[in-house]
Design a protein around this ligand. Structure first.
Ligand SMILES: O=P(O)(O)OC[C@H]1O[C@@H](O)[C@H](O)[C@@H](O)[C@@H]1O
Length: 553
């Protein structure tokens, strides 16, 4: 496959630029809906899992598109060879070219063996899942005992980035399925506060530490794990007790062994699992512990259902592709600076944080695969908080600010906690916000609600106008069930991959996180007195000296 191009050189790109100028930027959603009573039917897609209860409705009708623009956006995907790149990914080709690796998180959830992906280790996936099942069953049933013979009551997942955000988000989202008498803590930050506060709630006799690190070299995780081990040994005394209380999830068996983890306590995965795509692998062990293996398997199968859809649906019907190209429409042609993910479900409160890594680490790239700097914007800046909290905080800017913030609204049809009128009230907001954003409120409508005196107050009148034409996608999921969540996560993963395919960047490496790590390692010796503060610019030197002079301990 030739990658010797920039996305901006594709014919559809130039066409979209013309379409933006000639009509895109002036599309009026009120008129578009008035003119086409079937707009919702034309621009919404339903997804039903083949093997699970996952069910989604994705409505993109409130976007600044018409049929010609929509077709051209899909042409862009076609010209960028999205389908060929997707197939190469599924086959196990080494599409992560800067690291010479396959990208096969889809193989972790291909339990039916539908894709025949080839890479070293794919045939070990089921064995690792069986290990996760037997271990999580033993811990949950109380058969696995701590060093004094007591059952495990708390788990502490020690990991950062993909080794934290995925398990954390999923265990929160699926809390209704959780074993409530097993407390789960997630420690990621190198800030000692994070570990200290978690340990405060734990008893060494009944705590299991899960050291989650793909590389097993990440400074934060190894430091936190060492602190946890020291804390444990202070009470437990003998190192031989470590094996009942520490397990490792890693691709680096040697480093985990060196840390003192016994082989039977190691859960393996492979270099073709990117950190931000790893919750489907051994990194999902804390998910298994919290919600049980069978529910974890449903998460995998729900994701697999969406993998099948992404693999086989024609572009016009392909939900991840549709979301991807609509995102590109705003990112690259309207110049939108960011994009919001707004979940109307309290359990999903870490969803946007999770997709910040998935999207921004994947697509925050400035070099195309032909080695040339891109001459267009890439990765979407993703942010969000759950509705309705966000409404009372930042929606003002989305409704009336000067910036265009395309947003995805996500809500479950069924709640896990039917309580009085809560869910209907929540959903009334979920329906109302995109409606307000799309159709706004005109000057005439504002005036009609004001007294004659206030009608003459032009500042007041203008302040109450809503311009409308602010685009949104509305995504309804039947229920935040394990399979439903799996499908939703896979949908967004493939959206992100599709965008990377179109921008002709490598969405699967993350060199941009390296420099800061290297510099921090260089600075540390000057904070511990092993080395003087030299070799920095005057700002960095000044800051370090300020810290050294003013610290108390
Ligand atoms: O799992 P590891 O190897 O400890 O890495 C954790 C995180 O480390 C970060 O540096 C990477 O940018 C992330 O992609 C990764 O998820």
């Amino acid at each position: 496959m030739s990658f010797n191009h920039l996305a901006s050189e594709l014919p559809a790109w130039a066409k979209l630029q013309k379409l933006y100028e000639s009509k895109g930027k002036a599309i009026d959603l009120r008129k578009a809906f008035d003119a086409d009573p079937k707009r919702f039917e034309s621009y919404s897609r339903a997804f039903t899992g083949q093997k699970t209860d996952a069910a989604l409705l994705v409505d993109v009708s409130k976007n600044l598109i018409d049929d010609e623009i929509f077709a051209s956006l899909l042409d862009l995907a076609r010209e960028a060879k999205v389908e060929e790149q997707r197939d190469a990914m599924y086959a196990g080709e080494r599409i992560n070219s800067s690291e010479d690796r396959s990208v096969l998180h889809i193989a972790l959830r291909d339990l039916p063996g539908a894709f025949g992906s080839k890479a070293e280790g794919v045939d070990e996936v089921k064995g690792e899942l069986a290990h996760m099942k037997s271990f999580s069953d033993a811990v949950r049933s109380g058969a696995h005992k701590g060093y004094t013979g007591k059952a495990i009551k708390s788990i502490v997942n020690i990991g950062i980035g993909g080794s934290n955000l995925g398990p954390l988000m999923v265990t929160e989202a699926l809390k209704p399925y959780a074993k409530r008498d097993l407390a789960a803590h997630f420690v990621s930050n190198i800030d000692g506060t994070h570990m200290v506060e978690a340990l405060r709630q734990c008893d060494p006799e009944t705590t299991l530490f899960i050291v989650a690190s793909k590389t097993f070299t990440t400074q934060e995780t190894i430091t936190n794990a060492t602190t946890a081990r020291d804390w444990f040994l202070k009470t437990a005394g003998s190192k031989e007790h470590v094996s009942k209380h520490f397990v490792a999830l890693s691709t680096n068996v040697k480093a985990a062994t060196d840390f003192g983890i016994a082989e039977q306590n190691m859960f393996k995965f492979w270099d073709w699992v990117g950190g931000r795509y790893s919750l489907w692998s051994a990194i999902g062990l804390s998910i298994c512990l919290v919600i049980g293996y069978d529910n974890f398997e449903q998460v995998l199968l729900g994701a697999h259902d969406m993998d099948e859809h992404f693999k086989s649906a024609p572009l016009e019907q392909n939900i991840p592709v549709i979301l991807a190209v609509i995102g590109i429409w705003y990112n690259n042609f309207f110049g939108a600076q960011s994009y919001a993910q707004l979940c109307y479900d309290q359990y999903m409160h870490r969803f946007a944080a999770y997709f910040q890594q998935a999207s921004m680490e994947s697509n925050g790239k400035g070099v195309a695969k032909n080695g040339k700097p891109v001459n267009y914007e890439t990765g979407e800046i993703l942010w969000g908080e759950p509705g309705t909290d966000g409404q009372h905080a930042f929606y003002q800017l989305i409704h009336q600010g000067t910036k265009l913030v395309p947003a995805d609204f996500i809500a479950p049809v069924e709640t896990h906690n039917p309580t009085g009128q809560h869910h209907d009230i929540l959903l009334s907001n979920f329906f109302a916000q995109p409606e307000a954003l799309a159709f706004g409120k005109t000057e005439e409508e504002v005036k009609a609600e004001l007294s004659t005196e206030d009608q003459g107050n032009s500042f007041l009148v203008k302040s109450k106008i809503f311009s409308g034409n602010r685009p949104t996608n509305s995504i309804m999921i039947q229920k935040i069930s394990p399979a439903g969540l799996g499908a939703l996560l896979s949908m967004y993963e493939h959206k992100i991959a599709t965008q990377g395919f179109i921008w002709n960047i490598n969405s699967f490496d993350q060199w941009g996180v390296e420099l800061g790590k290297v510099l921090a390692k260089k600075i540390l010796p000057s904070l511990t007195g092993e080395k003087g503060v030299d070799g920095h610019d005057s700002s960095t030197t000044g800051l370090i000296n300020y810290y050294l002079k003013n610290r108390k301990q």
